[in-house]
Design a protein around this ligand. Sequence first.
Ligand code: SF4
Length: 511
Amino acid sequence: NSLKIMEEMESLLKKSNLADEVKIVKTGCFGLCAEGPIVVVYPEGAMYVRVEAADVKDIVEEHLLKGRIVRRLLAGEKEAEDITKVLENVDFFKRQQRIALRNCGRINPENIDEYIAFDGYKALEKVLTELTPEGVIDTVKRSGLRGRGGGGFPTGIKWEFAAKQVSDQKYVCCNADEGDPGAFMDRSVLEGDPHSLIEAMSIAGYAIGATEGFIYVRAEYPIAVKRLQLAIDQAKEYGILGDNVLGTGHRFDLEIRLGAGAFVCGEETALMTSIEGHRGEPRPRPPFPAVKGLWQKPTILNNVETYANIPVIILNGAEWFSSIGTEKSKGTKVFALGGKINNTGLVEVPMGTTLREVVYDIGGGIPKGKKFKAAQTGGPSGGCIPASHLDTPIDYDSLIALGSMMGSGGLIVMDEDNCMVDIAKFFLEFTVDESCGKCPPCRIGTKRMLEILERITEGKGEEGDIEKLELLARNIKASALCGLGQTAPNPVLSTLRYFRDEYEAHVYEKR
Ligand code: SF4
């Protein structure tokens, strides 16, 4: 649809003799999926939503030729008394702070010059000319940045471990496998701002003493792969990747490795095993990748969103970054809003923003005026947060205290019509399918849990089933080999914690 809109725009601009004056720029995702396709006209910043090819005529004839904004298509019209800068008036964006997504929807991701025009590669230049590797690690440590892909491990400390290892070869890896159903923030950065990832990985290479990097990206993201490869090629052409980065003598090169869509390959050791060319199965830790990772060499692995923060931290300083967020969770977090919510899409908010703000102020609340029942954070590894905790500030620790986790930032909203036992079953079906089968607690245990859940939801549950389910869940959590198995019971445990009555209704009232 967007391509049709673009073609129509090109043709009408030509007919109206505006082709030389108006430049069409294809950008990445704005985040406001519910309102797409979107066209923004600058310098006004007027954001047109739900645009169809038939609307282009009005945009060209009214706005571009006569300077009259087409209100019928305008986002945030109510707030936009002053019709200029409509984009900043849209509720969805007003409350966000876009750091990792700073360039998404703003630059043409296929043009390195646009990235450079928005301070791109300035952080790399600063690092290579003004900072020592220790200085870079110190900045990242003081920023308080924690991994955005799951566990929230402090990024600077991970880099420091790897930097301290003595080895003839080290590697920098990026996890762009993004397997959580409903999460697409990494994809958005890859498609909308791929150079930020290249810049960050090169900075990481300098910090830990690595000259090679790998980006493990799922093959189901063809546009991301294409733009990333294009960005790598452009960076090589500009002397940003290669043997003499920016003429400083620093060496760093990157390669893409395609994942075949296995959820377990998002687990760090499985991902590295897959890059090495083997079946993607987790390895026991220790040794941790910072000591023995890819091909047994010290390796750091961060996800796309984590890396996307790095150039801005270097440019604006650790103090700037650590002033955003909560005491132990600094900066912002991108959430993928999905499920029963009006504004589905990607939002980036400071850590510590409450769930209520995300769901109601930014997400526009629940469709058809229905009641909020719960939100699942962290995808199949996370848990649900009930309405009684809507005002909890969201950060790594508060989510864990509630029995959930940040994960990669999927946030699926459920309304009063959702059965929470069905939700738990849905996520468990996913993890059972995705279990690699290497260790029995996960391979056999999750399957047994699913059988009990199927019985319960079919109205065939028996007395003792709920207790059995809970016992199995706790044992699997404690004994599975990798994060997939250890977190697979979370959706069941958290729904049992907050919605046990629904399980009991299924078993004892055969509902
Ligand atoms: Fe494989 Fe599951 Fe064991 Fe992880 S926990 S190693 S996914 S079987």
